[in-house]
Design a protein around this ligand. Structure first.
Ligand code: NAP
Ligand code: GDD
Length: 433
C-alpha cells in the first residue's frame, strides 16, 4: 500500500540538491482545503504531470506555493533478476532506496547465486527485495505479478540471451525474447498502469548484425543475423509502437556487449578469463574457441545498468545506444587476459588450425573448434553513444583493461579455490559447453 506523502518543509528551507534527490520531489500546490481530521492540499507532481493529494499538518501552506515531499519508495520490477544485469541493477536500485521486485524462474536447483548477497528473508519486516516466481512465456503470471506489485518502473532484462543457443532453440527464443516484451506491455495496458509505470526494454547491438555503417548509432538500420537478434528486433519495435500508440513511457536501451565477473560462463569474455585462469591453476590444459576475428565493443555491466536507470528518469521516453566506442577482437581479449596471468600468448597457423602458444611455458593454450562457429556471424560491432553522453550525461567509467583485470582476478580466485580442493583429494566438477 502506498504511504501518503507528507510535506516536510517549504522549498526555501530545503537545500536545492535535496529537492532534486531521488526520494524527495517538489510539488506545486494547486488547492488547499480541510477535511474532518486533517488539512489537505492537492499538489501537482511535475515530473509525471500527476496530481497527488497531500495530507498537511500546517494549514499555512497556500495555493501556488511549492512544497517538498518525501516520496513513497519507488518500486521497480525486474525480469531477469537472476542474470548478470539483473543482479547489478538490483544492487544499484536498492542503493538508491527502491523496493525491488524480481521475477525468477522455477529451477530444479538454486538459480539465485548472483543475488544471494542481496537476499532478504521473507519474514523480514519492510524488506526491499522481493522475488516472485514467473516466466516471460506466461502472460497470466506476468499480469498477476504486475497487478500485485504495481511498479513505477519495469526493466525487462529477462531473455534467452545466448546468440549461438538461439540457433538451437529458435522458437523458444522468439517466445521469451520477442513475445515476452509484448506480454509485459500488454499487462501494463490491461491493468491500466499506462500513466504510472515506465518500461525499459533490453534491446541489443545484435540487431545491427550485418552492420550497415560504422559506428552504429540510434539511426543505423538494423540487419539481425540470428534468431536472437530477430526476436530482439520485434521486442524493440513493439516497445516503440506501444510508446507511440498508447503513450507509454517505454524506452529501449540498445546496449553493446557488456561483461563482468558474473557474466555467464559461456559468453566468450568469461569463457576466456575462466578458461585461462583454470589453465594457470593447473585444472585444465587448453581453451577451445570459435571465431577469433570477431570484433566487439565490450563494456562493463556496472556502467551499463546505470544507463538503463537513467533512461527511465528522463522527462520523455527515448531510445539510446550504450557503448564504449572502442573495439577489440576475441584474439586480443585472449592476449590481454593471458598477460594478466603472466602468459605471453602468440598465434601461429590460420583458420581452424590456428593455435595460441604461451611463449613462457611453450604450451599450446588455445585451439579453434568449429563447433563454436555460428551459421551466420556478426563480424563487427562498434557503438556510437554520443546521444547518451549528451542527453543522459552517461559515460562509461571502467576501461577495457580494468574489465579484463577484474574478470581475470575473480576467476583466478575461483580457480585457486578449486585447485586447493583438488589437492586435498576432493572432486572438482568441470563444467564445459
Ligand atoms: P543473462 O545473464 O543471460 O540473464 C538473463 C536472465 O533472463 C536470467 O535471469 C534468466 O533466468 C532470465 N530468463 C531467461 N529466460 C527467461 C524466461 N523465459 N522467463 C523469465 N526469465 C528468463 O543476460 P544479461 O547479460 O544479464 O542481459 C540482460 C538482458 O540484456 C537480456 O535481455 C539480454 O538479451 C540483453 N542484452 C545483454 C547484453 C550483454 O552484453 N550482456 C547486451 C545487449 C542486450 P535464469 O537465471 O533462470 O536463466
Ligand atoms: N560464446 C562464444 N564462445 N563466442 C565465441 C567463441 C566461443 O567459444 N569463440 C569466438 N566467439 C565469438 C562469437 O562468434 C561472437 O562473434 C563473439 O565471440 C562474442 O560472442 P558472445 O560472447 O557469445 O556474445 P555475442 O556478441 O554473440 O552476444 C552477446 O552480446 C549481445 C550484444 O551485442 C550477448 O550478451 C547477447 O545477449 C547480447 O545481445
Amino acid at each position: 500500500m502506498h504511504r501518503t506523502p507528507k510535506p516536510r518543509a517549504r522549498q526555501s528551507e530545503i537545500p536545492q540538491n535535496e529537492l532534486l534527490g531521488e526520494r524527495s520531489e517538489a510539488l506545486d500546490v494547486g488547492a488547499v482545503g480541510a477535511g474532518r481530521h486533517n488539512s489537505f492540499a492537492i499538489g501537482v507532481d511535475r515530473g509525471r504531470g500527476r496530481a497527488r493529494v497531500l495530507t498537511i499538518e500546517r494549514a499555512s501552506i497556500g495555493r501556488g506555493e511549492q512544497v517538498a515531499v518525501d516520496l513513497p519508495l519507488k518500486k521497480a520490477l525486474l525480469t531477469g533478476i537472476t542474470g548478470q544485469d539483473g543482479a547489478y541493477l538490483a544492487e544499484f536500485l536498492l542503493a538508491k532506496g527502491y523496493e525491488v521486485h524480481g521475477i525468477k524462474r522455477r529451477s530444479s536447483s538454486f538459480n539465485t547465486d548472483r543475488i544471494d548477497h542481496l537476499y532478504e528473508d521473507p519474514h523480514t519486516q519492510g524488506r526491499r527485495l522481493v522475488l516472485h516466481y514467473g516466466d516471460l512465456t506466461d502472460a497470466a503470471n506476468l499480469i498477476r505479478v504486475i497487478q500485485t506489485v504495481r511498479p513505477d518502473e519495469i526493466y525487462n532484462l529477462g531473455a534467452q540471451s545466448h546468440v549461438a543457443v538461439s540457433f538451437e532453440t529458435a522458437e523458444y527464443t522468439a517466445n521469451a525474447d520477442a513475445l515476452g516484451a509484448l506480454r509485459l506491455l500488454e499487462a501494463i495496458r490491461i491493468i491500466g498502469l499506462q500513466s504510472r509505470t515506465r518500461f525499459y526494454q533490453a534491446s541489443t547491438s545484435e540487431m545491427f548484425g550485418k552492420v550497415q555503417e560504422a559506428p552504429q548509432s540510434e539511426t543505423t538500420p538494423f540487419y539481425p543475423r540470428s534468431p536472437y537478434g530477430v526476436a530482439k528486433l520485434y521486442a524493440h519495435w513493439i516497445t516503440v509502437n506501444y510508446r507511440e500508440a498508447y503513450g507509454l513511457f517505454a524506452c529501449s536501451g540498445i546496449l553493446f556487449n557488456h561483461e563482468s565477473p558474473i557474466r555467464g560462463e559461456t559468453f566468450v569474455s568469461r569463457k576466456i578469463t575462466r578458461g585461462l585462469a583454470r589453465i594457470h591453476a593447473g585444472l585444465e590444459q587448453c581453451l577451445y574457441l570459435g571465431n577469433l576475428d570477431a570484433l566487439r565493443d565490450w563494456g562493463h555491466a556496472r556502467d551499463y545498468v546505470r544507463a538503463q536507470w537513467l533512461m527511465l528518469q528522463q522527462p520523455e521516453p527515448q531510445d539510446f545506444v550504450i557503448a564504449t566506442g572502442e573495439q577489440h577482437s576475441v584474439r586480443e581479449f585472449v592476449e590481454r587476459a593471458g598477460e594478466h596471468l603472466g602468459m605471453n600468448i602468440v598465434w601461429s597457423g590460420s583458420g581452424i588450425d590456428e593455435i595460441g602458444i604461451d611463449t613462457r611455458s611453450q604450451k599450446v593454450l588455445v585451439r579453434v573448434d568449429p563447433r563454436y562457429f555460428r551459421p551466420t556471424e556478426v563480424d563487427t560491432l562498434l557503438g556510437d553513444a554520443s546521444k547518451a553522453h549528451r542527453v543522459l550525461g552517461w559515460k562509461p567509467e571502467l576501461t577495457f583493461a580494468q574489465l579484463v583485470a577484474e574478470m581475470v582476478n575473480e576467476d583466478m580466485d575461483h580457480a585457486e579455490r578449486d585447485a586447493i580442493i583438488r589437492r586435498h583429494g576432493y572432486r572438482v566438477p568441470t563444467r564445459h559447453e
